[in-house]
Design a protein around this ligand. Structure first.
Ligand code: PNW
Length: 457
């Protein structure tokens, strides 16, 4: 078989999911409610009133699902632990039946030769903690570190890679500023407090995990690939600086460069007195990490335009910036398809924050899949998307960026947050009536990519 584009030896190929999006079993075995249970059961918040109550029923079907992963030849599987399964009230005693599930899942994965990559927080905050202020409260950061330590105590002997948060940008800005995600608040000052407490929670948990003996500790961000509408325009370059500050440097700099950038603090001060930043916090947030997860779907083009309203509620502080509407080919989410945005993003991270190995912890696309009677999906558009983005990753590696692995989003169709089940990101099709799983053509294609450690020419 001819091989066109080979990836480095040892490159990690995998797939990713998240607890609330696939597990279901929302009331089983002592699990407490999370903010996504509350949010999805609130009329008008999620498309057609969909909830994660059943989802893909992965909680009961995990052995078969791990079998499907093994059939694809996955090296690694990224999943998240549901905090309210482990601690139904968010703090205090651990629910052993909740832990048992992850214990069984991890054993199943290891038995099939698949390396578990854990996310401790993929958005399902215990509702009890939201009732006490959620991420706007400093206590949530400490509780998160306690939860991380509790998970490690039981699973640490078999899991080498621990990541703290998934996409704190979404948790803070979509959860507390735009309100399109749980808990559905619309308060920019609350969103900035949430950014800080998420970062603090990350730092405290990273320290606790390392003290307990974790081999590799990291975090997953969804850095915006912010690009200027006109590369020659100084006003557009300034717009890029503003959006990059509030979306990217606000996370990167405290985690990897010792503290918040002064221009970002200045922007935040327009909404809040920053009293939530206390002495020692920046030191805690800068706890050393071993890997950085990068999630990428689409670029963001901006221009500087005096009087422009900015990027809406999810982008407080961006007045005077015009966010260009997505152009060219779009996915079913309405997101612009542009693999070059991923190369540019990876090169930028490698240049400005060198020394931390990168993993693509999510990349993929929703398309209007048409399943045949057997559940089969000929998803040529998804194959083209994945092929293009893998080439973009390869280009970044050739240019010297230290990218160690790629995890496709998602292993299977699942609960796509505010979009419910109508948007399908899986490489495996799920028939929600029967819970039958059928690998799409993209899954078979991905299996071949993994087998040859590269792409056909
Ligand atoms: C990520 N945005 O979410 C999440 O990590 C996944 O759980 C999710 O299913 C996947 O991407 C696809 O959406 C995002 O509005 C949601 O910029 C929204 C945005 C970005 C990421």
């Amino acid at each position: 078989m001819t091989v066109g584009l080979l990836f480095p030896d040892g490159f990690v190929w995998g797939a990713a999911t998240a607890a609330y999006q696939i597990e279901g079993a929302a009331r089983d075995d002592g699990r407490g409610p999370s903010i996504w249970d509350t949010f999805s059961r609130t009329p008008g918040k999620v498309y057609a009133g969909h909830t994660g109550d059943v989802a893909c029923d992965h909680y009961h079907r995990y052995p078969d699902d791990v079998g499907l992963m093994a059939d694809l030849g996955l090296h690694a599987y990224r999943f998240s632990i549901s905090w309210p399964r482990l601690q139904p009230d968010g703090s205090g005693p651990v629910n052993p039946r909740g832990l048992d599930f992850y214990d069984r899942l991890v054993d199943e994965l290891i038995g099939r030769g698949i390396d578990p990559i854990v996310t401790l927080y993929h958005w399902d905050l215990p509702q009890t903690l939201e009732d006490r202020g959620g991420w706007t409260s400093r206590d949530t950061a400490s509780w998160f570190a306690e939860y991380a330590a509790a998970a490690y105590t039981r699973l640490g002997d078999r899991i080498s890679t621990w990541t703290t948060l998934n996409e704190p940008w979404c948790s803070a800005y979509l959860g507390y500023a735009s309100g399109i995600h749980a808990p559905g608040r619309q308060d920019p000052a609350a969103a900035f407090a949430a950014v800080h407490h998420l970062l603090l929670g990350h730092g405290l948990a990273a320290r606790a995990l390392r003290a307990a003996g974790a081999e590799k500790v990291g975090i997953t961000l969804n850095p915006a690939a912010v690009l200027p509408a006109d590369p020659e325009s100084a006003a557009d370059a300034e717009a890029v600086r503003v959006v990059d500050g509030l979306s990217n440097r606000i996370f990167f700099d405290p985690i990897l460069a010792g503290g918040y950038p002064s221009d970002v603090l200045e922007q935040m001060r327009r909404f809040t007195d920053l009293a939530f930043i206390q002495d020692g916090d920046e030191k805690a947030i800068a706890a050393p990490i071993d890997l950085l997860g990068v999630n990428y779907y689409s670029p963001t083009y901006v221009a500087g335009r005096p009087g422009a309203p900015g990027g809406g509620l999810a982008h407080p502080g961006t007045e005077g910036v015009l966010f260009l509407p997505p152009a060219g080919p779009l996915t079913e989410m309405g997101w612009q398809i542009e693999p070059a945005g991923l190369t540019a993003l990876l090169e930028r991270i490698g240049r400005d924050y060198p020394g931390t190995p990168l993993y693509i912890t999510e990349n993929g696309a929703a398309f209007a899949d048409k399943a045949g009677p057997d559940g089969q999906v000929a998803d040529v558009d998804r194959i083209a998307y994945l092929d293009g983005h893998l080439r973009a990753v390869h280009t970044a590696i050739e240019r010297g960026v230290d990218v160690r692995g790629y995890l496709v989003w998602s292993l299977m169709d699942n609960f796509e947050w505010a979009e419910g089940y109508r948007k399908r990101f899986g490489i495996i099709h799920v028939d929600y009536q029967t819970q039958r799983r059928t690998p799409k053509d993209s899954a078979l294609w991905y299996r071949d990519v993994i087998a040859r450690n590269g792409l056909p020419s």
